[in-house]
Design a protein around this ligand. Structure first.
Ligand code: ADP
Ligand code: MG
Length: 909
């Protein structure tokens, strides 16, 4: 993204000199150079932007003998272009005019208007409503490393939350996957560092297109600490938390990066809050992807778990729900705190609907507050605060209504945080006009009566306008031209216009002393007068004064709002929490969910569990009901029952529902621990500390990395990391290699999970041989997806029952899929042969396959149906009868005759 221009400025214009000087400081960005109503780009910037935005590339002047490429976007439409550029991976430096052309002229005829970069737009530092997804946080994350220890600091600039967490190297990828930041700032050194163990540096690849390298010097933990102390005006940071050196480095670099991108202006930054990655369920990137928590494997939001269960009605609520889903809790008390809130809204149907209706009207206070804090806010942001606080007031009233049952702690806390802001709401209501412009520069947003001085200025302006309107009549009389008009445009300001053919009198004495000629057009002539000029000046002056006063009032109002930022932030947080609880209540009622019981046991007992996404899609497509299934892992462990199986081996043919069953149990665990009701009739489970889910290589096609190696690396992670409190979902692992290799690996993996990890696990496999393990391992039980065979076809019941599948039904499934009958027939013959071979024992499989290749007739010569009577290769009677038929030349009558003929021939066969 470097411009090809050098700083050599021979013969360049003063403006180009200015451009090049600024560009030199921002050579990794596109420079949006403000010229009047446009942001212009020059040189390489112009070439790249024109290409990326599909806009016209033009030229402007010459530099060092070459044409200067240029392109531009109108200021009023800049947001749209910005978002496209950011999405394509560009960073944009926005360079504004910092004085107006009149001021520049005062400094001498040739002076260039002063300009300065006011902001660097990067993916992680967006605040514009139009550039952001209202329902997801846009995090800027900073990763730092000090002496082998890592830390992440992150902030949502549009809501001003500032968080940090210490991390181990192995947790970087999962933590980034949880946050899904818009931008990850990493030091140059860390970026170049070789990874210590394989897989550890996975984050570098996963986030390659969102990583911003940043100078090492900015990651010094000592200066980070001092920077934070200065920022929060404290001598020690202890009050905020016990931060590691790496955290201090990350926080310091984050503040530094913000100052750089915001060009000195810092957002409202609450002190950094330390979060422990131990508090929430660890879910690695592959598991997140595979379970399609917030996006499907294809990358869509629709069809994900989140989109299926999200009933929130505000942007802030949606963002909170996403955060809950991304970081399910572990501590039962914390989970129950949230569940109690959901309960309250389930019991109080009326209250739930009222709260949701009120929230539905509420604007996004957090984002407006953040924009005001960055001095980037407009009148509508003030209005959003007023309406948001108004809604908070209504909500407070609803929660305090007489006759409601005793609320749980979460509701009480939310009600308290809603707070009272009557004075501020009152002030904003009085101050703001009913119709608000987008930008403060447009003026006209302060209501009448609010400030007498403002009303006075406005009436001056209006009086002058009236006087001008009155002048029209006077001039018509004076000039004796009835069609004379007073008009206004941007170039001339106010002027008098008459038809050219009537203008003679005005350019001759004596009238030419009053009417001053300005412009001659094709059909009209334009004049001004001294009087008109005076009035115009007065209008302009009062307009300037009006705007200046309005800007002053805006600044005062914004300051009043910002003085209450903390309380407003709390009110916004309470509204988001209420939205999530009421939404989960709504989902529970409409989706027939139940309250899960989460404890410290090792059980995972789910009665009547359903897969919420598959169920929703079956319903949407009218494809019948989802069949609910039970899961009972570690059931007996705390109930004194003998068959305390912690691992279930799930067999059954393809398409029988194995993968669905595995995933639904993992999803239920996640939903339960995020504090939501779950799609089941009854759930009792010990909190899961880590969730792992792996899909056999052959199934992981969406990522295009179906290599066996990847599968094995992932399996190794599980076997090394799963604890007794973990839940492991293994779907057809070992499929990416030869049968006996795969079986052996799967076998050993099951034994390891059982003997060493001691975790809960669901293991779907097509290796029927594995089911023999149940006899050897106490904690292993076989279950199978029940199917019915009906006239050689297979019917899936989608029911999980005890036992092992006796066969794969692969050929029946292939038949359902529409494989040609000849192939099906042949497969049946080969299968029978192989099974015979197995009866010999010993060198089963390989030997018998070799023998089969010799013994069985070749495919090309075999008949499609088994049990044929004529010798292979010899055409049947039917085939003979058909051989000479030309279908196009048959009459209907002949065709019917042919059918009789064929029927007869078939009997012959
Ligand atoms: P497998 O992993 O055994 O090949 P899947 O879990 O992929 O099978 O399921 C195949 C299809 O069967 C799913 O796409 C779904 O439409 C349907 N299905 C699975 N489980 C159920 C169920 N419990 N009730 C209804 N339909 C189901
Ligand atoms: Mg499957």
């Amino acid at each position: 993204m470097k411009t090809s221009a050098t700083a050599g400025t021979e013969k360049s214009t003063p403006m180009m000199e200015q451009f090049l000087a600024i560009k030199e400081q921002y050579d990794d960005c596109l420079l949006f150079y403000r010229m009047g109503d446009f942001y212009e780009m020059f040189f390489d910037d112009a070439v790249q932007a024109a290409e990326a935005l599909d806009i016209t590339l033009t030229k402007r002047g010459r530099h060092l003998g070459d044409d200067i490429p240029m392109c531009g976007v109108p200021v009023h439409a800049a947001d749209g272009y910005l978002s496209r550029l950011i999405r394509k991976g560009f960073r944009v430096a926005v360079c504004e005019q910092t004085e107006n052309p009149v001021e520049a002229k005062k400094r001498g005829g040739k002076s260039v208007v002063q300009r300065a970069v006011v902001r660097l737009v990067t993916p992680g530092t967006l605040t514009e409503e139009t550039l952001l997804d209202a329902r997801a946080n846009n995090y800027l994350a900073v990763l730092a490393q000090v002496r082998g220890a890592y830390a992440l600091a992150w902030i949502d600039l549009s809501t001003a939350e500032f968080l940090t967490a210490p991390l181990g190297a192995e947790a970087i990828a999962s933590e980034l996957a949880r946050l899904s930041p818009g931008e990850v700032v990493v030091s140059d050194t860390l970026l170049a560092e070789p990874e210590a163990t394989s897989g550890e540096g996975e984050w570098r690849q996963n986030w390659a297109d969102r990583i911003t390298p940043y100078a090492d010097a900015c990651f010094d933990s000592g200066s980070g600490e001092r920077r934070l102390q200065a920022l929060y005006k404290v001598v020690a940071l202890d009050a905020f938390g016990n931060f590691s050196r790496a955290e201090l480095a990350a926080c310091g670099a984050l503040v530094e990066y913000l100052e750089m991108t915001q060009v000195g202006r810092l957002p409202l930054l609450a002190p950094p809050r330390q979060v422990s990655t131990q508090e929430s369920m660890a879910i690695d990137p592959a598991t997140r992807r595979n379970l399609e928590l917030t996006r499907t494997l294809a990358g869509d939001v629709r069809g994900s778990l989140l989109s299926t269960i999200d009933r929130t009605v505000t942007g802030a609520g949606a963002r909170l729900l996403l955060r809950h889903l991304s970081a399910p809790l572990i501590a039962p008390e914390a989970i129950n705190w949230r569940l109690d809130m959901v309960d309250y809204f389930i019991a109080g149907e009326r209250l739930r609907q009222d709260v949701r209706a009120t929230l539905h009207q509420a604007p996004d206070m957090a984002r407006s507050l953040a924009r005001l804090g960055l001095e980037r806010g407009g009148p509508r942001d003030l209005a959003a605060i007023r309406e948001g606080l108004g809604a908070a007031h209504v909500l407070g009233g609803l929660l305090a209504a007489p006759g409601l049952p005793l609320p749980p702690d979460g509701i009480t806390e939310a009600a308290r945080d809603l707070g009272r802001h009557d004075a501020l709401v009152d002030e904003l209501t009085k101050a703001l006009a009913p119709d608000l412009p987008l930008s403060i520069r447009d003026g006209g947003f302060i209501a009448p009566i609010y400030r007498p001085e403002l009303d006075e200025l406005r009436s001056l302006r209006d009086a002058s306008r009236k006087l001008i309107a009155g002048l029209e009549g006077d001039y018509r009389q004076q000039a004796e031209i009835d069609s004379l008009k007073i008009k206004h445009n941007r170039v001339l300001g106010y002027f008098i216009e008459v038809a050219a053919r009537r203008a003679d009198g005005l350019i001759a004495a004596p009238l030419n002393e009053v009417f001053i000629h300005r412009q001659t057009m094709a059909n009209v002539m334009r004049f001004s007068t001294v009087e008109l000029g005076d009035l115009e000046r007065r209008i302009a002056e009062s307009a300037d004064k009006t705007l200046a006063l309005e800007l002053e009032l805006f600044a005062a109002l914004a300051a009043t709002v910002l003085a209450e930022a903390a309380a407003i932030g709390r009110a916004g947080g309470a509204m988001a929490a209420l939205d999530v609880a009421a939404a989960n209540g709504e989902m529970a009622v409409t989706g027939r969910f139940c309250r899960p019981q989460v404890d410290d046991s090792q059980a995972l007992v789910i009665r009547g569990g359903r897969h919420p996404v598959v169920e929703a899609s079956l319903t949407a497509r009218n494809e019948g009901a989802f069949i609910a299934n039970d899961c009972a892992l570690g059931h007996g462990a705390d109930e004194g029952v003998d068959d305390a199986a912690r691992i279930w081996l799930v067999t059954g043919p393809n398409m029988a529902g194995k993968s669905t069953f595995l995933r639904q149990n993992a999803l239920i665990a996640i939903l339960a621990q995020m504090g939501s009701y779950v799609p089941a009739t009854q759930v009792r489970m010990g909190a899961v500390d880590r969730l792992f889910s792996r899909v056999g290589a052959a199934d992981d096609l969406a990522r295009g990395r179906s290599t066996f190696m990847v599968e094995m690396v992932e399996a190794a992670t599980i076997l090394n990391q799963a604890t007794a409190r973990s839940l492991v979902i293994l779907d057809e692992i070992g499929r990416g290699t030869a049968t006996y290799d795969g079986l052996s690996i799967a076998w050993a993996a099951v034994e390891h999970l059982h003997e060493v990890n001691g975790c809960r696990a669901l293991f779907a496999t097509h290796y029927h041989e594995l089911t023999a393990l149940a006899g050897k391992l106490d904690g292993l039980a076989n279950v199978t997806m029940r199917v019915k065979e009906w006239r050689g076809d297979v019917v899936f019941l989608h029911e999980v029952g005890p036992g092992a599948a006796d066969r794969s039904y692969g050929i029946q499934v292939a038949k359902l899929a529409g494989l040609p009958p000849s192939v099906i027939g042949r497969a049946e013959v080969v299968l029978a042969g192989l099974e015979d071979g197995e009866a010999f024992g010993g060198n089963r499989g390989r030997d018998s396959a070799a023998r089969l290749a010799d013994d069985l007739p070749l495919f090309a010569t075999v008949r499609p149906t088994s049990g044929s009577r004529q010798a292979p290769g010899e055409p049947s009677a039917v085939e003979k009868a058909l051989a000479d038929v030309l279908p196009d030349s048959l009459t209907p009558r002949q065709a019917l005759d042919l059918i009789y003929q064929l029927k007869a021939a078939a009997r012959e066969d």
